[in-house]
Write a protein that binds this ligand. Sequence first.
Ligand code: ATP
Length: 429
Amino acid sequence: TAATAAPTIKQVKLERESELRIEVANDTPLRLRLLNGTAEIFGTELPPEMWLTFPPRLKFAVFTWYGATIEMDGPTETDYTADETPMVSYVNVHAVLEGRRNRAKAPSSSGSEASQGPRVIVVGPTDSGKSTLSRMLLSWAAKQGWKPTYVDLDIGQGSITIPGCIAATPIELPIDPVEGISLEMPLVYFYGHTTPSQNVDLYKALVKELAQILERQFTGNAESRAAGMVINTMGWIEGVGYELILHAIDTFSANVVLVLGQEKLFSMLRDVLRNKPNVDVVKLQKSGGVVSRSSKVRQKARSYRIREYFYGIANDLSPHSNIANFSDLFVYRIGGGPQAPRSALPIGADPVANPLRVTAVNIDRDLLHVVLAVSYAQEPDQIVSSNIAGLIYITDIDLQRRKITYLTPTAGDLPSKYLIMGTLTWLET
Ligand code: ATP
């Protein structure tokens, strides 16, 4: 008789206010469903009895407020239940935000201050659960019919597009636990590096551009203005990182600062924001379920993220390979450029090149395996202030025939011939 595979289906009964924490295996997806009761994944309710397939390596928790039974099919890296979570404190924050949205929407709330819903910024060290908390707050708001704006300033492990970008997008439905944030029309700016120290001035300039565009959109849209925004930040909280947090709070006029998992950062921010009575600084506990990631794991995650951009989360996209002439495309770099030695400069002059200067890049073999952004700029001098249409990946440079081969996630002509290059590369594996 043929050997029958060992049954891999497992049932887990969850008591109220507890969660099942899962790390999906490295090379096998996991099927999971809600058998009975109610449960949610990072703020999004699970449909009853429907099997969902989670991709390899995904880390998540199935939380229940009132109790549930979960069924899992397949091996996992780890899975365990936990009954100590900070979820009650998180949902309490949501309730306060909800009150503010309702007040902002009330007919008596005319005037720009009163009709502005909460502008929440989530800060904390790496692996404190910032992205996860942002996601829950957005999904809970969307479930109640709001369309809050998600702003992701994390260029390392961003969740809207790919590393090296900052972006914003309205969240109209609770975020899909498998697919993540749906990308209808995100507003994206290309920074091009995965650490802000590469060009702090450029990072700040792009944050400012993004904030200004959103401000303009809010002016004409009472609904999204009342819903407010949730801003996710980087885990870099020391030195320049701290300065960038203050810069973001100020630039977006954040009025709720949620500090995850660090007493020191909380007390620093509370002190420095004390003279701003309309800004609330709130300390929140980090969840024990947040998985710490080494720099190697982060590096890998960035690479997977770029792969997902071109191939889809479930390998369900087929990127297009295109060929262009060298003369059809114009590649630019922001900042850097030739740096004069101090000895060649007048006394007292700053040897650092203008961080926002746009310089043309020659097309050569150095572009191989580089990820470039397609700018919406009409002229090169608009590149810093323009958002991007998307990204391309250079797969071949033919110097003889002067042809460049590149991958795009969808078919069609590039919306512009202006490309931006940073230090972002990717090796297709
Ligand atoms: P970074 O600073 O790198 O942006 P972060 O502070 O935003 O990190 P998250 O991305 O929210 O942290 O969480 C880190 C990882 O832990 C993610 O893979 C997330 O899905 C996972 N995670 C968060 N909370 C839980 C939980 N309760 N159970 C299981 N996994 C979790």
